[in-house]
Design a protein. Structure first.
Length: 186
């Protein structure tokens, strides 16, 4: 598979809690790729958690940092990149995501809610109605996520390993004629 991808990076997009970080790590292992999580890079670079950044600098400042990090990451090949759930919001980010193959992990709201109900590290979910908030964020973002190259529906009870395997199986379907360059064709 890694020879089929020939270094093209994978970018995982999707809602918070979709499993981008969890599944992304597994995919990186399977592909022999490096793993980068844009949220982690931002936290390391600033010395602050995502929660602190939202509280102290605001969402707009966080989004700018996110774009800056993505721009730098997109200069590299051989990576699996777990992005933040809101990476799709800025048009400029798409020019960076398009450096690689974009995979949307599409997880039903109810499943997202179950996964994140006890989690306090997603500032946008610190809302009196977190379920409703997830629903409205997904409604707003669905047309953006759907611009991914690969749409992976995730079902209840599937393990991260099973999901990673399904992504691996689906990749050849979106690679354009992998031998054409070698043969000088198009
Ligand atoms: N297939 C799965 N089955 C059960 N739990 C899962 C699965 N995938 C991820 N999780 C759990 O759901 C939570 C969220 O997963 P993860 O952090 O990978 O999501 P994310 O898409 O990276 O979210 P964010 O956009 O907020 O960074 C974690 O606690 C993780 O262990
Ligand atoms: O969906 C979102 O907007 C976010 C998801 C997380 O990955 C973090 O990037 C942050 O909590 C914002
Ligand atoms: Mg993550």
């Amino acid at each position: 598979m890694s020879s089929l991808l020939r270094g093209v990076s994978l970018y995982l997009i999707g809602m918070m809690g979709a499993g981008k970080t969890t599944v992304g790590r597994l995919l990186a292992q399977q592909l022999g790729y490096g793993f980068v999580d844009t949220d982690d890079v931002i936290a390391q670079a600033t010395g602050r958690s995502i929660t602190q950044l939202f509280a102290e600098e605001g969402e707009a400042a966080f989004r700018q940092l996110e774009s800056d990090v993505l721009a730098q990451v997109s200069a590299h090949i051989n990576l699996t990149v777990a992005t933040g759930g809101g990476i799709v919001l800025r048009r400029e980010n798409w020019s960076y995501l398009r450096h690689g193959l974009i995979v949307w992990l599409d997880v039903p709201v109810e499943l997202l809610y179950n996964r994140l109900a006890e989690d306090t590290t997603r500032p946008l979910l610190q809302d009196p109605d977190p379920r409703g908030k997830l629903r409205s964020l997904l409604e707003q973002r669905q047309p953006l996520y759907s611009q991914a190259d690969l749409h992976i529906m995730v079902y209840e009870g599937e393990t991260p390993e099973q999901i990673a395997n399904r992504v691996m199986e689906a990749i050849p379907s979106v690679l354009k004629n992998p031998t054409s360059h070698q043969n000088g064709g198009n």
